[in-house]
Design a protein around this ligand. Structure first.
Ligand code: 5RP
Length: 230
């Protein structure tokens, strides 16, 4: 008998839509895994009369949510966010993360920090023992200070590379640049590194997310989803 393989991202994203309750204000994360969540959420809104509104963490998510018919709000219009569902590039055993593969780290961190509950949806390949070995750490910087920030980041033990898209400098939704920082060793102390990076003048935000996630939904290709509370 042959078994068709499930897409782990879809498994996790769809499962996350079950966490949503009517009346909630939602933080809408960014990325391909979150897209599956948005599709399932839109389905629940359409079929089940679920009443929610979402604050998107990127222009990309805003556009997708609009197309799917998910009611939206800006951060200025809400006083609380009940639940945010977002993806990650790496997540460790303490639920600390590297995020920003899609370049949305700044708005993602703002929204996550305001959320009562943050659920992270990933395929099993994103779960790591220690951060920093499989994915470069994105750091958003103001273009004016890029070269000096690059030198300061290098002094912290990484190799920063300017992110490009289609051969041109990648520009975030906030009109900044991204330096992707490669480490040759695992990040020993994510909280200390986050503080050190944030202290560099010209840095807008780092993709280290420490202590922000409450639940991890890990999709597997056999169609199962592990849901683990912190
Ligand atoms: C965007 C992010 C994404 O959540 C992260 O890159 C994961 O993306 P995907 O689900 O497409 O693998 O942090 O800034």
């Amino acid at each position: 008998m042959t078994h068709s393989q499930a897409d782990p991202k879809e498994v996790a994203g769809r499962r996350a839509a079950e966490l949503v309750e009517t009346g909630m204000t939602l933080g809408l994360g960014t990325g391909s895994t979150v897209y599956f969540y948005l599709v399932a959420l839109a389905d629940r809104i359409r079929r089940g009369g679920l009443k929610v509104r979402g604050v998107p963490t990127s222009l990309d998510t805003e556009r997708k949510a609009r197309e799917l018919g998910i009611p939206l709000a800006t951060l200025d219009e809400v006083t609380r966010i009940d639940l945010t569902v977002d993806g990650a590039d790496e997540i460790d055993v303490r639920f600390d993360m590297i995020k920003g593969g899609g370049g949305a780290l700044l708005r993602e961190k703002v929204v996550a920090s305001l959320s009562q509950r943050v659920a992270i949806v990933v395929g099993a390949n994103k779960v790591v023992h220690r951060l920093g070995l499989t994915f470069a750490l994105p750091v958003e910087v103001v273009p004016f200070a890029r070269a000096v920030v690059e030198r300061s980041l290098a002094s912290l033990g990484c190799s920063p590379t300017l992110r490009l898209r289609d051969g041109r400098e990648f520009v975030t939704d906030n009109h900044n640049a991204i330096l992707d920082c490669t480490f040759t060793r695992a990040i020993e102390d994510p909280a200390a590194l986050e503080r050190a990076i944030d202290a560099i003048p010209g840095v807008v935000e780092s993709g280290l997310f420490v202590g922000l996630a409450h639940v991890r939904l890990v999709g597997h290709s056999d169609g199962s989803c592990e849901v683990v509370e912190k």
